[in-house]
Design a protein around this ligand. Structure first.
Ligand code: SF4
Length: 475
């Protein structure tokens, strides 16, 4: 018999209805609520509140609201608050009831300004440590890469700080006033200078114009990812025009601080393969599995059909180089800034050389540069071409692309907010959620953890040396 629906008759009371029963047992927010003890926020932000006046929303609720914003990639905080009364699962996660007053969207921006980024960093670091405790972090090998984030500002907001016209406009005077505000932290790590300081956005002065594809205002996020289960162990956001090579050591240090594991191998692309980075790795006893920038220079020389630097032989006993024509190149000059010596043959020897067209276009003759720590550099470069290094580099490409691709689900490629410290908060939230996802995927399933352990063993041993039974248990 067909049933008929009566006209809706709203009840005054629902004695049998609770949010607890309305949220399914395997809902991801239940797992997140179990994994994170949000009470830690009270202690983290205690010093940012006074003892009198208006009573704020509890800090754990504010943090949960920001987590929901990013986890569900809600477009804006207004939309989050407008959707909140319709979502029973969100209400349950926040500890609200059906009749709890929905806060104004402005509480979130006020909380960020009050707290700063430290509490979000603490959330990220706590989750990294939970991954370590769950056995999901090996710690010995890290993969580094960076990706651009579109700033929340229009290209039309960019002004030329050297232009007279710009200085006369009201907008520029406003910008100057805004730039006078104390900035919580430099927009680039120590040693890394931004490329373009002439053009500044009046909307977001920390963002930089980057020409990759279209010229746009951008930030750059830098990540260290552990090899075992792709946990993000360190993140840093900079202006878009900062050279990522300068982030190698800070990321390695942050990985060590967050995981309490010393990474012995750093895997990165050719942009990180600078002399400074190879020597920094040598100093710290790290294997640097990254293509050499020098190799690219040698390839360019080969395209011009010139001899590569490697075709010049160094003779340590006399501290000279022997060129392909058999001539001797002696010390010519010392460059303090790049810590290198130049070696050259006399100008007239090069001028009369029959191999000159294959060697140089310079009228002064060919010059070879030798770094003060050339032996260490050669050793590191040789290791970067080894078979394990090539295997790691193949793995890096997919691993880092996956990490950033997963971040796009949570809107990592577009800044929600303005100014560097806020974009850093966004990145901490996204990286925390990505690590939560890994904890949920691997941490609770012993079979997956076993598979990870066997895979680690497979990587450590030469191919074919695993006992066949181990392979069966892995599958
Ligand atoms: S041009 Fe000078 S450095 Fe080059 S091969 Fe001839 S002599 Fe040697």
């Amino acid at each position: 018999m067909m049933g008929h629906q009566d006209p809706p008759q709203p009840k005054l009371f629902y004695p049998l209805l609770t949010l607890e029963t309305r949220v399914r047992s395997n809902h991801p927010l239940r797992a997140i609520a179990q994994l994170i003890d949000f009470e830690f926020v009270y202690e983290e932000v205690a010093q940012t509140y006074g003892t009198k006046g208006h009573v704020s929303l509890p800090p754990p609720v504010l943090l949960k609201l920001m987590l929901l914003l990013v986890f569900y990639n809600v477009r804006s905080e207004r939309e989050l608050m407008a959707t909140l009364p319709e979502r029973l699962d969100w209400l349950w996660f926040l500890g609200f009831d059906l009749d709890t007053a929905i806060p104004d969207h402005s509480v979130l921006s006020k909380a960020r300004t009050r707290w700063g980024r430290a509490v979000f960093q603490a959330l990220f670091e706590r989750l990294v440590w939970q991954c370590v405790e769950a056995g999901l972090v090996d710690g010995a090998k890290i993969f580094l890469d960076s990706s651009l984030i579109d700033a929340n500002a229009s290209n039309n907001s960019v002004v030329d700080t050297q232009s007279l016209k710009a200085q006369l406009t009201r907008t520029y005077r406003e910008l100057e006033a805004r730039l006078d505000e104390p900035v919580p932290e430099p927009s680039h790590p120590q040693g890394a200078r931004p490329v373009n300081t002439r053009y500044v956005s009046t909307t977001d002065p920390d963002a930089a114009i980057v020409r990759r594809g279209n010229a746009k205002l951008r930030y750059q996020t830098h990540r260290a990812v552990d090899s075992r289960s792709e946990v993000i162990t360190a993140v840093q956001v900079t202006r878009g025009d900062v050279n990522e090579a300068h982030l190698l050591v800070p990321l390695w240090q942050a990985h060590h601080a967050n995981t309490r594991r010393m990474a012995h191998t750093v895997v990165a692309d050719s942009k990180y393969g600078t002399i400074e980075n190879f020597l920094a790795c040598h100093e710290r006893g790290l294997a640097a599995h990254m293509p050499d920038l020098k190799q690219a220079a040698d390839q360019r020389a080969a395209q011009r059909q010139h001899f590569a630097d490697t075709q010049f032989t160094y003779e340590a006993a006399t501290d000279t180089y022997r060129c392909p024509a058999g001539q001797v190149l002696r010390r010519k000059s010392w460059h303090r800034s790049r810590q290198s010596l130049d070696y050259a043959a006399p100008k007239k020897v090069c001028a009369a050389c029959p191999l000159r067209s294959q060697c140089t276009d310079n009228t002064m003759g060919r010059t070879i540069k030798r770094h003060l720590h050339q032996e260490a550099l050669d050793h590191m470069r040789a290791r970067s071409h080894s078979a394990p290094a090539r295997r790691d580099l193949r793995m890096r490409q997919h691993l880092m692309e996956r990490s950033f691709a997963r971040g796009t689900r949570y809107g990592f490629d577009r800044a929600r907010w303005r100014r560097l410290w806020r974009v850093q908060i966004q990145e901490y939230l996204i990286a925390s959620i990505q690590n939560l996802d890994i904890l949920l995927r691997y941490g609770r399933d012993p079979r997956r953890r076993l598979a990870l352990a066997v895979r680690d063993l497979g990587r450590a041993l030469p191919l074919g040396s695993l006992h066949p039974f181990a392979r069966v248990s892995c599958s």
